[in-house]
Design a protein. Structure first.
Ligand code: PLP
Length: 453
């Protein structure tokens, strides 16, 4: 039976069952409550379907690419079929390669390692550190935080037009911000990059779990994402896209699996012929469980109907934003403004509260798991906070007094496994904490704000 987008949008239960939905946690104030996991942007819970598929495969687990035995052949087939499933999920071109990595960070570091000589890199300062930092051997232009999507495109156009010569260039951009949840104008940035002879890689760590991604439609050259944010927490990631730079470069890791043949030379050294497939960058025994889990998640999201997942998530986004807007002390962080399209990732500060203290109280008194800090996007969060602290605030240190700038922020994030109740509990808790204050004392231990026992 198919479910209409409208009906799915109204559903108050999570559209996709996840593990941990019935886990209870203790409250400092007494009793227990089911855990409200609202930190999907860090790591999403595993889809039940992913877990079931992995459990069904586990007895058949065997070595990949090497063994002659039946289970090795089965595992190799599953591994290679997972590549096909991921390519389909990402709408890849026929000649794209899907390389399995450990994570988005690993994928972008792999791309950084295969940049052609002299490649220039263009990246906005607003990126997650995984996109901001891997380009250590390239000449990098860091673009200032734009205040509208159009400004982002114009800034990139200007920077690319100003580059000397027409050597290789790469633009790295996120699809959805891990701080504001706002969508970036990926298609337009890709067109600008290509118009200036540059290539573009999409950091889809936050986009892929919330939104269909099509390499072909967006016309990006590569896309990177992580399994653990896509409901497949088994330590694997993906870099998919153009084969030429990948195959022209030395392997990311040297070792078995990446090499086709190895022989001794007359001079005593060794000669290596490397693979020219994705295997070139997958040396070592691959994480077949992690890869299979990603493929299972891709299939589950597609089969559930991404448009109905998006529609329901958008209703939750609207509910959280409405609820926060009713609390005058709350300021939601945004780069592109209220009307910008966004996914279920929302960061905010509360006047008069240290964010770590607020997050600790949400956990200890309401059983709600959010994240506090600068979210591995320090330049962006500091720009949004209007502060430039060298250190993060601690809950034991003086809280930001009314009118003072916050040192860090709180992030709430959710997705296909989130029931309405978690969002309602969160909105109610924010209101109650702001109006009535915390019911417990907190102190800093090892840099974390925790309830004082
Ligand atoms: N890019 C973005 C936008 C992210 O939000 C994250 C993680 O939070 C990453 C990259 C890095 O992902 P991973 O830690 O899985 O490598």
């Amino acid at each position: 039976m198919s479910v209409s987008v409208d009906a799915a949008c109204q559903a108050t239960t999570a559209p996709l069952p996840v593990l941990g939905h019935d886990v209870t946690v203790p409250l400092v104030t007494g009793g227990e409550v089911t855990y409200a996991a609202l930190d999907y942007a860090a790591s999403a819970p595993a889809l039940q379907r992913v877990w079931d598929d992995v459990a069904a495969y586990a007895p058949y687990y065997g070595s990949v690419h090497r063994g002659a035995g039946y289970l090795s052949q089965l595992s190799t087939d599953l591994f290679e079929n997972s590549r096909v499933a991921v390519a389909e999920f990402l709408g890849c071109r026929a000649d794209d390669q899907v390389v399995f990595t450990r994570s988005t960070t690993d994928s972008l570091n792999l791309l950084a390692a295969v940049l052609p000589a002299g490649c220039e890199v263009f990246v906005f300062e607003t990126e997650h550190h995984a996109s901001l930092l891997p380009w250590r051997d390239a000449r990098v232009t860091y673009l200032d935080a734009p205040r509208t999507p159009a400004e982002a495109v114009a800034a990139l156009e200007r920077a690319l037009a100003a580059r000397a010569g027409d050597g290789p260039a790469l633009v790295c951009v996120t699809g959805a911000s891990n701080v504001t949840g706002e969508l970036w104008p990926v298609r337009e940035l890709a067109a600008a990059a290509h118009a200036h002879g540059a290539r573009i890689v999409l950091d889809a760590a936050q986009l892929a779990p919330h939104h269909p991604v099509s390499v072909t439609d967006l016309d990006v050259d590569w896309v990177a994402f992580s399994g653990h944010k896509l409901y497949a927490p088994f330590g694997s990631g993906v870099l998919a896209g153009r084969a030429d730079w990948l195959q022209a470069a030395e392997p990311y890791l040297a070792g078995g699996g990446a090499s086709r043949t190895v022989g001794r030379r007359a001079d005593g050294g060794v000669d290596v012929e490397w693979h020219t497939t994705a295997a070139r960058h997958e040396a070592g025994s691959p994480n077949v469980i992690g890869v299979y889990a990603i493929a299972a998640a891709c299939k589950a999201l597609t089969e559930a109907g991404f448009d109905r997942l998006v529609a329901r998530e958008q209703r939750l986004v609207a509910r959280v934003r409405e609820g926060l807007a009713e609390v005058p002390a709350v300021r939601v962080l945004s780069l592109f403004g209220d009307d910008a399209p966004r996914v279920g990732v929302i960061s905010f500060v509360v006047e008069g509260w240290n964010s770590s203290h607020f997050a600790a109280a949400l956990s200890a008194e309401y059983g709600i798991g959010v994240r506090d800090g600068l979210f591995c996007a320090h330049p962006l969060v500091r720009t949004l906070l209007g502060s430039d602290p060298q250190t993060q605030g601690e809950c034991g240190s003086p809280e930001a007094a009314p009118g003072e700038k916050s040192l860090n922020a709180i992030r709430v994030s959710f997705g296909a496994g989130t029931p309405d109740e978690h969002v309602e509990r969160f909105v109610g808790a924010v209101k109650e904490l702001v109006t009535e204050g915390a019911r417990w004392n907190y102190r800093t231990v090892d840099g974390r704000c925790v309830p004082a026992v």
